[in-house]
Design a protein around this ligand. Structure first.
Ligand SMILES: [Zn+2]
Length: 476
């Protein structure tokens, strides 16, 4: 046993007296799951089908609905019970044709992609002088005089996704407040080979809605160099983007019913929708399929957890979060029977472990809607945290069980706000944001061994949480 656990147990005698050592109790079943996951050479087969045969899956598209029907059939084939596709209305945003052209000092097409949920430009486009800033403070310092009627370029220093994404999400409304007529934003990435990254924006209510697009980091840097040198920079932005109201869609869910406490549920999953470019392979094809493969593996090995394990593919995470909210509404009072929620939405590179507790840093939409119960998520108790660490220790063999604080994700946010302990898969995240929301988020980026390790860690964590005697929320 690990020294920390020994010391901790010695200090909490009541807990120690009542609790078998999880790491001993579940060593054999965990090893069985890890061995089976790591030797499954078909581990990526379903994800490959999703990527190559169905493709990307933006909310409101026929390919998303094909993916949903296919996923439900696959869950049935894997022997999951209560496979359902509960209805969810999702926003239907359409990109249309789009381009950005540098007009002066030289004429050159810019590498761009419109931001999700952006409005379009008039048919003749928007032509304007570019004002380049790094931060919101710089923009505000310029004031309305220097911003009104211009196209604002945000070229922030890359401080990781959580530290930079606010320019993509809020940049348009903040620039509109000063009279800007369009916004360009440096792609949210640290690495680029002229690859523009999309992602959603959010307009502030009551503020004029102006079009916004991402530029490749290379083109954003070039525009900034020109502007800094005092050269007037003129860009023409043309976008057909528009909303087509709401479209009917679905979450997808299937279960292994618990043997003793079937009403109590460990839920795990990711989001089935993606952006309209690439294959949505990492974001979040890898998350839904790793959680599904984990549950399918528990089923296949004939392990029978005391509680129900439910895999859910939430819809519309990328541009609305309707699936996560609909799931919370659907379960109603049974939210109190949710023992834990696990989300995987950071790609399937080598897993490091799980974040456990409050929301993932910087993922603003992790707080989906104002909730009457309040948005305060209490941190896990020391006993619950130690327990999750003990389960993590079962993953030492694949070096994938490190528990850190702050977890969850946007789809399980509504559950966590209602008091469900939330965990988020953490990986080394070496390349995830190189591909994120781009045309290069494709199946070839997946590495079998790394994907298998994610399946292994999800299988062990969900199985033990569903089978162990106590609930995390009861451990003080
Ligand atoms: Zn995602």
């Amino acid at each position: 046993m690990y020294k920390w656990l020994a010391l901790w147990l010695a200090g909490t005698t009541m807990f120690a007296a009542n609790t078998p050592k999880i790491s001993d109790q579940y060593t054999a079943s965990a090893q069985k799951l890890v061995d089976a996951a790591m030797s499954d050479d078909q581990s990526l087969a379903r994800l490959q089908y999703l990527c190559d045969r169905i493709g990307n899956r933006l909310s409101g598209t026929a390919s998303l609905e094909r993916a949903i029907q296919w996923a439900a059939e696959e869950m049935k084939k894997a022997g999951l019970e209560n496979v359902q596709t509960p209805p969810v209305m999702v926003p239907h945003w359409v990109r249309g044709k789009e381009s950005a052209l540098l007009i002066s000092p030289v004429e050159k097409p810019l590498t761009m992609i419109g931001l999700g949920m952006s409005v379009g430009t008039p048919a003749e486009g928007i032509t304007g002088e570019v004002v380049a800033v790094h931060t919101f403070d710089e923009l505000k310092a310029l004031g309305r005089d220097k911003v009104a009627g211009k196209i604002v370029l945000y070229n922030p220093e890359w401080k990781g996704y959580g530290g930079t994404v606010m320019y993509r999400i809020s940049g348009a409304s903040i620039a509109a407040q000063l009279g800007a007529k369009a916004v360009l934003v440096r792609s949210m990435t640290g690495v680029s080979l002229q690859t523009p990254h999309t992602g959603t924006l959010e307009y502030t209510e009551g503020m004029e809605e102006i079009p916004a697009a991402a530029l490749s980091t290379e083109d954003a840097a070039m525009l900034e160099r020109l502007a800094t040198a005092g050269v007037p920079v003129t860009v023409k932005l043309t976008m057909e983007a528009h909303q087509e109201g709401y479209a009917p869609s679905h979450n997808v869910m299937g279960e292994i019913r618990g043997t003793e406490k079937p009403d109590e549920v460990v839920v795990l999953g990711g989001h089935i929708d993606s952006w309209d470019i690439g294959q949505g392979a990492n974001d979040d094809g890898s998350g839904i399929m790793a959680t599904f493969e984990a549950v399918a593996l528990i089923k296949k090995l004939g392990l029978h957890p005391e509680r129900t394990i439910r895999v859910v593919f939430w819809v519309n995470e990328e541009n609305g979060g309707a699936g996560g909210r609909a799931y919370r509404e659907m379960v109603g009072d049974a939210v109190s029977k949710h023992v834990a929620a696990i989300e995987m939405d950071g790609g399937a590179e080598k897993p490091v472990g799980f974040g456990f507790g409050a929301m993932a840093g910087g993922r603003r939409r992790a707080m989906p809607v104002p909730d009457p119960e309040g948005a305060d998520i209490s941190p896990p108790s020391p006993a619950a945290y130690a327990r999750v660490e003990a389960i993590g220790s079962l993953l030492a063999g694949i070096d994938g069980g490190k528990i850190s604080r702050g977890g969850g994700g946007s789809d399980i946010g509504p559950l966590m706000i209602s008091g469900v302990p939330g965990l988020g898969v953490r990986t080394v995240e070496t390349h995830y944001f190189d591909w994120h929301h781009t045309d290069s988020d494709s199946f070839d980026k997946l590495v079998l061994k790394e994907f298998q390790a994610n399946v292994a860690s999800l299988a062990v964590m969900s199985y033990v949480l569903a089978d162990m005697p106590e609930r995390l929320s009861e451990m003080k």
